[in-house]
Design a binder for this molecule. Structure first.
Ligand code: IPM
Ligand code: MN
Length: 353
C-alpha cells in the first residue's frame, strides 16, 4: 500500500500563495513518480484573514496543525499590518507551540546560480546552518518600564536552558555525522561578550562532543568572525550550529551567497512532531499576482519536507531537477528576470521529475 502524507498548506500573504502553488505542483509530480500520496489541506492564515476577521490565528489552529504530517508555508507579512503582529502571531507561534526547535537552513550554491562571492562556485558553498528555534531573544522575555517617558527603559533578554541547548547540539552533531562530509561542527557564538549564554553553549558543545561524538571535529567561531569567513572561506564550513538570533542573521548572509531569497529555503523541525517548511524570503507584496516571482525557494522547501518525511529519492529527484533548471534554463533568479514566469519555472521543474 502506498503511503499517504497529510500536509497543511499555508500559502500566506503576497506572493506566498503563488510560489506555494508551484511547490505543490512539483510535490504532486514527485508523488506520482515515486508512488506516494499527498492529502493536501489549505489554510488561509495570514494578513488578509487578520484584516478581515481581526484574528491572527483561529484558537484551534495549533491543534489543527498537529493533525498533519507536515506543514508547507508560503510567506507571512502584509503591508497593511504593523510589523510584529503576524510574525509573532503566526510564524513564531507555530514554531514555538509545535516545539519546532531546529531551524535547518542549507546554504548550497546550485550550478548556474550567481553568487556575490568572487571566485567561489558550487564546490565552495555547501553547508548547513542549524539555528536553534525556540529560545534566545525570541522568547519575549523582557519588557518596558516608564514607557513613553524620557526615562523609558526597554529590556529584552536572551534565554537558554541546558535542555534546549543540548537537544539542538545533538541534532547538529547527528547531522554532521549523517552528511559524512568534513565531519565538522562549528559552534557560532560570542563567548567574549555573552559570557553566560554562550558559555553554556560552549561547555555543552565540548562535553557532548567529547562524550558522544568523538568522530566529529569541533570548531568555535565568534558570530562576527563567522560572518567574515562565510564570505571569505565558505568552503571551511560543513555544519554550523548557533542560537536563534545569530542564526537568523547569519542565514540571511548565507542565503545571499547561494543566490538570494529566490532559492533559499528552510525547515522548522520538531524531530518527533510536526515540522514546517518555508522559503526564507518574505511575501514580496509588490509582485503579487504578476507571475514573475521565483518559486524555486518554495520548491526547495517542498523538497526539504519530502526529505524530512523519509521520501529521500523523491527529494533527491527534486533537487536534481532544480539544479538542471538553474544550470540550463534560468537567466537569473531575480523576480521578473528569470526569462520565465513563476508558473513556467514550476513546470520546468515538475517535467524533470
Ligand atoms: C526568519 C524571519 C523571522 C525570524 C521573522 C519574520 C520573525 O526573519 O524566518 O528568518 O526572525 O525568525
Ligand atoms: Mn530571518
Amino acid at each position: 500500500m502506498s503511503k499517504t502524507y497529510k500536509i497543511a498548506v499555508i500559502g500566506g500573504d503576497g506572493t506566498g500563495p503563488e510560489v506555494t502553488r508551484e511547490a505543490v505542483k512539483v510535490l504532486k509530480a514527485a508523488a506520482a513518480r515515486f508512488g506516494f500520496k499527498l492529502d493536501l489541506h489549505d489554510y488561509d492564515y495570514g494578513g488578509e484573514r487578520y484584516l478581515r476577521t481581526g484574528e491572527v490565528l483561529p484558537a484551534d489552529a495549533v491543534e489543527e496543525m498537529r493533525r498533519h504530517d507536515a506543514i508547507l508555508l508560503g510567506a507571512i507579512g502584509h503591508p497593511d499590518v504593523k510589523p510584529g503582529i503576524l510574525e509573532k502571531g503566526i510564524l513564531l507561534k507555530l514554531r514555538f507551540d509545535l516545539d519546532q526547535y531546529i531551524n535547518l537552513r542549507p546554504v548550497k550554491l546550485y550550478p548556474g546560480v550567481e553568487t556575490p562571492l568572487k571566485g567561489k562556485g558550487p564546490e565552495h558553498i555547501d553547508y548547513v546552518v542549524v539555528r536553534e528555534n525556540t529560545g534566545d531573544l525570541y522568547t519575549g522575555a523582557g519588557g518596558f518600564s516608564m514607557r513613553g517617558t524620557p526615562h523609558e527603559v526597554a529590556i529584552q533578554t536572551s534565554v537558554y536552558s541546558r535542555f534546549q541547548v543540548e537537544r539542538c547540539l545533538r541534532y547538529a552533531f547527528d547531522l554532521a555525522r549523517a552528511r559524512n562530509k568534513k565531519k565538522t561542527l562549528a559552534l557560532c557564538g560570542k563567548t567574549n561578550v555573552l559570557t553566560y549564554v554562550y558559555d553554556l553553549w560552549e561547555r555543552a558543545f565540548h562535553e557532548i562532543g567529547a562524550a558522544e561524538y568523538p568522530d566529529i571535529k569541533r570548531e568555535y567561531y565568534h558570530v562576527d568572525a563567522t560572518c567574515m569567513w562565510m564570505v571569505k572561506n565558505p568552503e571551511w564550513f560543513d555544519v554550523i550550529v548557533t542560537g536563534n538570533m545569530f542564526g537568523d542573521i547569519i542565514t540571511d548572509l548565507g542565503a545571499i551567497t547561494q543566490g538570494g531569497m529566490g532559492i533559499a529555503a528552510g525547515g522548522n523541525i520538531n524531530p518527533r512532531g510536526v515540522s514546517m517548511f518555508e522559503p526564507i524570503g518574505g511575501s514580496a507584496p509588490k509582485y503579487t499576482g504578476q507571475n514573475v516571482i521565483n518559486p524555486l525557494a518554495a520548491i526547495c522547501a517542498g523538497m526539504m519536507m519530502l526529505d524530512h518525511l523519509g521520501e529521500k529519492s523523491a527529494a533527491a529527484a527534486i533537487e536534481k531537477a532544480v539544479m538542471d533548471v538553474t544550470a540550463n534554463k534560468l537567466k537569473s533568479l531575480a523576480a521578473g528576470r528569470m526569462g520565465y514566469s513563476t508558473t513556467e519555472v514550476g513546470d520546468l521543474v515538475a517535467e524533470r521529475i
